[in-house]
Design a binder for this molecule. Structure first.
Ligand code: ASP
Length: 351
């Protein structure tokens, strides 16, 4: 962990730099973008010095393109936040956009009872590029991470993604564009804040801890034995069997059509029943970006429910994966995991 200090006063923020486009530049030898040193990021954003905040930073070593992110990196992030929790008012995580929605979802489940903001951000263009979106994203994230109400409590004590002037609950987001500055969408929950001339907070949507004085819990146990089965026309029994019934799989996310529907062919239903009998946890997540699973509308959805498939409601796939890793890491009992899936743990479902 490397520390750089920009300015000392009032609110204190820890910037955690993991890598990603925001901190990359063209390597002439490779003719590709590679990460560069964090101190150069601060040089590119002298505006940060205008805040009366103490801004310290630490960097991952090595820095990573977020396509290489692994659950072990989430544990490392949770550990950094836990170890520094009492020393800072908020945390800003600089992260590549490719898997930011997965990481923000994971950190939301790994932190329980947060009283301080954890804001993920990054950019589509490197911070040194003339038209970079990185500066604005970073400056808004720092301001939001430091924001407090009249009682001195954090305005947004949640894990969020701040991107292109929108603050979104992290576990509600998906990366929606590889080239537009509005890279992330939160289809099933409006933004928690919008940055215009001032930052307007959607306070009734923001989650608050039950007890501001209680220390948050950090859950670092993750069980990653999860597979994702995306249903599509032409899918074969062999593919479905391999994914649903594989010995390495403890849980399967079924990415279904519309309101949670799957093919009604007999072989498909039989395989779902077989997987259920083998004790597999099956979670129904819609391929639609907006809206919710409801297995009571169509016969094809009812079949899944009858076979013991659990509704994912309006959860994103990214969040469902993280929720399963977290719940399975905490319990070896599949009944307990299924009961946890039904609950709204961190605002990830509208229930
Ligand atoms: N490949 C990069 C990453 O996810 C893309 C980005 O940061 O936008 O690390």
């Amino acid at each position: 962990m490397t520390n750089h200090t920009a300015c000392r006063d009032k609110s204190s923020i820890l910037l955690i730099y993991t890598g990603g486009t925001i901190g990359m530049k063209e390597d002439p030898a490779l003719q590709a973008l590679t990460p560069f040193d964090f101190s150069q990021i601060l040089e590119e954003v002298p505006e940060l010095g205008k805040f009366a905040y103490r801004i310290d930073s630490c960097t991952f070593d090595p820095l990573i393109d977020s396509s290489d992110i692994e659950p072990a990196h989430w544990v490392a992030l949770a550990r950094i936040i836990e170890e520094n929790y009492d020393r800072y008012d908020g945390f800003v995580v600089l992260h590549g956009t490719d898997t930011m929605a997965y990481s923000a979802s994971a950190l939301s489940f790994m932190t329980e009872g947060l009283t301080k903001p954890v804001i993920f951000t990054g950019s589509q263009l490197p911070i040194g590029a003339p038209r970079t979106d990185g500066k604005e994203n970073l400056i808004s994230s720092v301001e939001i991470a430091a924001a407090k109400d009249s009682e001195g409590h954090a305005i947004v004590p949640e894990v969020c993604i701040c991107f292109d002037n929108l603050l979104m609950r992290g576990n509600r987001t998906s990366k929606a564009s590889s080239d537009n500055f509005r890279a992330f969408r939160s289809e099933n929950l409006p933004p928690l804040a919008e940055a215009g001339i001032s930052i307007r907070y959607n306070t009734q949507l923001i989650r608050k801890p039950e007890d501001w004085d209680a220390a948050p819990k950090f859950h670092k146990e993750l069980d990653t034995k999860v597979s994702i089965l995306k249903i599509h026309p032409g899918i074969t029994p062999q593919v479905v069997r391999n994914i649903l019934c594989g010995p390495e799989t403890r849980a399967v996310i079924l990415e279904t059509y519309g309101a949670g529907n799957s093919p009604s062919k007999q072989w498909f239903t039989q395989l779902v029943h077989e997987a259920s009998e083998k004790g597999k946890i099956m979670l129904n997540i819609s391929q639609c970006r907006a809206g919710s699973v409801n297995m009571d509308i169509y016969a094809t959805g009812k079949c899944l429910k009858d076979a013991g498939v659990v509704s994912g409601y309006d959860c994103t796939t990214e969040s469902a994966l993280a929720k399963l890793f977290h719940l399975m890491g905490k319990s070896t009992d599949n009944g307990t995991v299924k009961a946890g899936l039904e609950k709204n743990l961190r605002g990830e479902i509208s229930k």
